[in-house]
Design a protein around this ligand. Sequence first.
Ligand code: AMP
Ligand code: GLY
Length: 426
Amino acid sequence: MKVLVVGGGGREHALCWKLAQSPLLTKLWCAPGNAGIAAVAECVPIAAEDVAALVAFARDHAADLVVAGPEAPLVAGLADSCAAAGIRVFGPSAAAAALEGSKGFMKDVAARAGVPTAWYGRFTDIGAAKAFIREKGAPIVVKTDGLAAGKGVVVATTLDEALAAVDDMMGAKVFGSAGDELVIEEFLDGEEASVFALCDGTTALFMGAAQDHKRVGDGDTGPNTGGMGAYSPAPVVTPALQAEVMERIVRPTLATMAGMGHPYTGVLFAGIMVTASGPKLLEFNVRFGDPECQVLMARLDSDLLPLLAAAAEGRLGGAEPAWSPDAALVVVMAAKGYPGGYAKNTVIRGLESAAAVDGVTVLHAGTRRNEAGEVVATGGRVLGITARGGTVRQAQDRAYRAIARIDWPEGFCRHDIGWRAVAREG
Ligand code: AMP
Ligand code: GLY
């Protein structure tokens, strides 16, 4: 099979690294890819958002499968355009991708499907939004309906904070048109986890669980990021909880989406809060998490390619991914300053030495090679040092031993990735 992976981050490096091991694979492209992906795939200089150019490339090169990494091309109709061109695609249609693209749509689907989730209201009027907040009281959560690069969520502990969030999002439009509509919802207390399911429109298959660290600083402090590290399995997702999430959240959503005429294909990422009264849905994403994908791929013993192809073709029934009993953990190395401003094109050395540590794979998130052939940083999140181990603690130890070998003065990482799981291991 000839496969085109869309994207150029750590998630896509993990997908390409895993797909490259498939005996079914004859050719792997990645658009646009990065310096690490170039070792396992041919990088194609097409932006992940350029749907027309991606589809033209897949058609001209007779790709057998297009695998979408990020959400933006899916929301922009990548899967619909592939289908129209007769190209098989792993990822939902634009209508189904609205589960991530519109939080209001997601909440309506969850309500219709009877999924346990926070109570909510949808608002296009500032006055009505504020009246709802005053009626419900704090703590309360204010979200932009549309995509806002993961930043359109304010967990307000006071009424004033919630009212100010409405003014910023809907009045000042700090997230642009994403704030034309707001979702205001119940604050849920508990421990967060990410649960993944492969979906073929009618069948859903558990595809692993992970926990990530969203805050930039040690001890889960400082501003939110795209994710500074992750580990899998997630101890909080016990077998019973996994079954409950699949039965009460994922499968009813799949059935409801099919009933609405928007069958969901691809990977469904359920962000859940494990509350005192059971798991509740926080959000859906229509893609693998980044960096959660890195640890899922590290633990997946099965060939990934037939699983993605089966999901794309509506024949997942009977498939059963095999997982390593090992734990996997990824520590993200980011450019100093992230998630604020940071320097680009700083040189990174020691990557080969780091990759030589037992159980470690160095995945690239934002890198390219300069004219001298050196690896340089091009983004905020730059590397994902991924390790397997018999325990989370062993995986953590290996990842940090590898990081000690990386020579990149302009980079940093958190030093406590996995702390919750390590503490549970005792
Ligand atoms: P979202 O993009 O909707 O997942 O929100 C980003 C983050 O905000 C989540 O990972 C949670 O940490 C937090 N959050 C979102 N919704 C809620 C909620 N209803 N209650 C508590 N925390 C929330
Ligand atoms: N790491 C969280 C996400 O990919 O949305």
